[in-house]
Write a protein that binds this ligand. Structure first.
Ligand code: TPP
Length: 578
C-alpha cells in the first residue's frame, strides 16, 4: 500500500501534466523533495534544474513565453520562494502563464522560529492570479481528487486570459522522500481525472461589431497601433483589416508584425523617428486610433497619443486595462484576432481611398531611408546590430531583446522584413534583471536564438548562464558593452556632470571573458562588422553558448542617435516643403 505522501504528490504532479504542463524548472532543496522526485518520475515531464531561484524563475518565464504554455516552477521553503519574486512580477505584467509551486513547512512549524520558514502565504501578493495553500498529504480518495483538481485549476487559471502566474504553496511533513512506482500512478489515475476545462475567447456580439465598424469606416484618417502581442494569426488578420480600412499600422517590434511573410504594405516601422519631428507629428494626426496589445516602447508615440486625447482612441484588450496615456475613448474587450476577423466580415472595399495612408507610408519610407543612409558603415554603433541581425538570422529565428537601449534600438533599426523572425523581450515591468535566463529559457522552444543585451543587464544575470551549460543550450548573446548604463546619457540626468558617472553611468570595467568561459561559453570580441558577421554566423552553425562582445561608447552612441534623428527631421522637412 503506497503511503500518503507518495500518492498525494503523484496526484498533484499528474494533475499538472494532465492539464498541459510539459516542463518544470526545479531548484534544489529538501522541503521540495516530494515534488522534485514525483516530477522526475513522471513520464511526460521534462525537468530543468536551475540552482539560483531568481534565474530559475526567469528561465521558466522565457520558456513559457516562447511556448505560450504554462511552465511549472518548484523550489524549497524560505527565501528560495522569495527569489521568484521579480519573475512573478514580470510574468504578471507580461501575461505569461507560470505555475509556481513553493514547498513549505507544515502548519505547526510556521511562525514559531523553525529554520528556513518564512510566511509564504500570499507571498507574491496580487501578482499571483490565484493562490492556494494546499492541505497536507493524505491518501484518502477524496484528497487525491483534491490534489489533482488543485493542480488542474492552477494550470487552467494561469492559462486563462489574461495569462499570468499562479502560486501553489505545498506544505510537507517529514519524512519527505516519496516512493513513486507504477502502482502509485495507477492508483492516482484510477481515483480521478482532472476536470476538463473548455475555455472560450472573448468576442463582441454582432451589433457591437457593426457599431465599431461604422465608427472606423466613417473615419477619414485612422491608424492602427500594435504594441507587444504574440497572438498566432494576428499578423495576417490585422494587416488584412488595415488594407480594408486603408489605415496604416504603427507596429512595435514586439507586435510580431515587423518580420514575417504577411502583407507589409501598411506597416509603419519608423514612426519613432518620424514622430520626433513636430511638423510631421502634427500633419499625421488621425481622427481615430485602434490600438492592440500592450503600450508600444516608443516615447514619441506615447507622447503623441497623450497629446491627442481629443481623437477617438479605441483600445482592444482581452483582459486588463492598458491605457497609460489615459486617452482611451473606449475599450473593446475581445480577442484581437477574433475582432479583426469580425470587422473584416463587415468590411466593404473602400471606394475612394484618400491620400491619408499613402502620406503615412511615404513619410515612413523617407524616415527609414534617412536612417539607413546615415547608419555608420564602418564604426561601431549599437543600432547597426539590429540591421545586421535582420540580415544574418535565418528565417524562423528568435531575437530576444534586452531592456534599456536594445529594445529602443530594435524599435528604430529593426525594419520591416519578409523574413519570419520572432521578437521577444521582457516588457511587463521593463527590468534589466533576469534577461539572460529568460532568453535561455526561450531558446528551449525557439531556436536559433540571439539575445541582444547591455552590459549592466548582462552582469545582473550572469548566474543565468549556468542554464546554458547544464542543459546544453544553444544561444548567441550579442553583448553591447558600453561600460555602464547607456540609456542615462539620453536623459536630463546627463547634465549633472559631477555625479553622473557615479550615480547613473556606473561603469563596471568588467572583463566578461572570464565569466563566459567559466560557464563553458565561447567569448569573442569582433574588431569590425565583417568579423561580427562571421562570429554570428559561426555561432549559429556551431551551436552552444556564444557571447559576442561589441565594445561601444556611450557618448558616441548618443551623438549618433541624435545625428540620425536630425537627418530624419531634415529629410522630412524637405518633403513637407516640396
Ligand atoms: N534595476 C532593474 C532590475 N531594472 C531596471 N530597469 C533598472 C534597475 C533601471 N535601469 C534601467 S536601464 C538601466 C538601469 C539600471 C541601465 C542598463 O544598462 P545596460 O544594460 O548596460 O544597457 P544600456 O543602457 O547601456 O543600453
Amino acid at each position: 500500500m503506497a503511503d500518503a505522501l507518495s500518492v498525494y504528490v503523484a496526484a498533484l504532479v499528474d494533475g499538472l501534466a494532465e492539464a498541459g504542463v510539459t516542463e518544470a524548472v526545479i531548484s534544489p532543496g529538501s522541503r521540495s523533495t516530494p515534488l522534485a522526485i514525483a516530477m522526475a518520475a513522471h513520464p511526460s515531464l521534462r525537468l530543468y534544474m536551475n540552482i539560483d531561484e531568481r534565474s530559475a524563475a526567469f528561465f521558466a518565464l522565457g520558456l513559457a513565453k516562447a511556448k505560450q504554455r504554462p511552465v511549472a516552477l518548484v523550489c524549497t521553503s524560505g527565501t528560495a520562494a522569495a527569489n521568484y519574486g521579480p519573475a512573478v512580477v514580470e510574468a504578471y505584467y507580461s501575461r505569461v502563464p507560470l505555475v509556481v509551486l513553493t514547498a513549505d513547512r507544515p502548519h505547526e512549524l510556521r511562525d514559531v522560529g523553525a529554520p528556513q520558514a518564512i510566511d509564504q502565504l500570499y507571498l507574491y501578493g496580487r501578482y499571483a492570479k490565484w493562490f492556494v495553500d494546499l492541505a497536507l498529504p493524505e491518501e484518502a480518495d477524496d484528497m487525491l481528487r483534491y490534489a489533482r483538481t488543485m493542480a488542474a485549476r492552477a494550470v487552467q487559471t494561469a492559462a486563462g486570459a489574461p495569462c499570468g502566474p499562479v502560486h501553489v504553496n505545498a506544505p510537507f511533513r517529514e519524512p519527505l522522500v516519496p516512493h513513486i512506482d507504477e502502482a502509485v500512478w495507477e492508483r492516482v489515475r484510477s481515483v480521478s481525472r482532472a476536470p476538463q476545462v473548455w475555455r472560450g475567447r472573448p468576442a463582441l456580439p454582432q451589433e457591437s461589431v457593426s457599431a465599431l465598424y461604422e465608427q472606423l469606416s466613417a473615419a477619414e484618417r485612422g491608424v492602427i497601433v500594435c504594441g507587444p502581442l504574440d497572438r498566432p494569426g494576428f499578423a495576417e488578420a490585422v494587416t488584412e483589416l488595415a488594407r480594408a480600412l486603408d489605415f496604416p499600422i504603427l507596429a512595435d517590434p514586439l507586435s510580431q508584425l515587423r518580420a514575417g511573410t504577411h502583407d507589409k504594405t501598411y506597416i509603419i516601422d519608423s514612426y519613432d523617428a518620424l514622430l520626433r519631428e513636430e511638423t510631421a507629428a502634427s500633419k499625421l494626426v488621425p481622427d481615430v486610433v485602434l490600438r492592440f496589445g500592450a503600450m508600444p516602447v516608443s516615447k514619441p508615440l506615447f507622447l503623441w497619443l497623450k497629446r491627442h486625447r481629443a481623437i477617438r482612441q479605441i483600445v482592444v484588450d482581452d483582459g486588463g486595462w492598458r491605457d497609460p496615456t489615459l486617452s482611451a475613448d473606449s475599450f473593446v474587450q475581445s480577442d484581437e484576432w477574433i475582432l479583426c476577423r469580425q470587422l473584416l466580415e463587415q468590411a466593404k472595399p473602400k471606394e475612394n481611398k484618400s491620400a491619408w495612408s499613402a502620406i503615412w507610408r511615404e513619410m515612413n519610407a523617407i524616415a527609414r531611408a534617412a536612417l539607413e543612409r546615415h547608419l555608420p558603415k564602418e564604426e561601431w554603433f549599437e543600432g547597426n546590430v539590429f540591421t545586421e541581425l535582420a540580415d544574418l538570422l535565418p528565417a524562423g529565428a528568435a531575437l530576444f531583446v534586452g531592456n534599456s537601449m536594445p529594445i529602443r534600438d530594435a524599435d528604430t533599426f529593426l525594419f520591416a522584413t519578409n523574413k519570419p523572425l520572432r521578437v521577444l523581450a521582457n516588457r511587463g515591468a521593463n527590468g534589466i534583471d533576469g534577461v539572460v535566463s529568460s532568453a535561455l529559457g526561450a531558446s528551449v522552444a525557439a531556436n536559433p536564438l540571439v539575445l541582444v543585451i547591455g552590459d549592466l543587464s548582462f552582469y545582473h544575470d550572469l548566474n543565468g548562464l549556468l542554464a546554458a551549460k547544464m542543459h546544453s543550450l544553444s544561444a548567441t548573446i550579442v553583448l553591447l558593452n558600453n561600460n555602464g548604463g547607456g540609456i542615462f546619457s539620453f536623459l536630463p540626468q546627463a547634465r549633472h556632470k559631477g555625479e553622473f558617472e557615479t550615480l547613473f553611468g556606473t561603469p563596471t570595467d568588467l572583463s566578461f571573458v572570464h565569466a563566459v568561459e567559466m560557464y563553458g561559453g565561447r567569448h569573442t570580441v569582433p574588431h569590425h562588422w565583417v568579423e561580427f558577421r562571421r562570429h554570428v554566423s559561426e555561432s549559429l552553425s556551431s551551436g552552444g553558448l556564444h557571447v559576442i562582445e561589441v565594445r561601444t561608447s556611450r557618448a558616441e552612441n548618443v551623438r549618433m542617435h541624435r545625428l540620425l534623428w536630425n537627418e530624419v527631421a531634415r529629410e522630412i522637412a524637405k518633403y513637407l516643403e516640396s
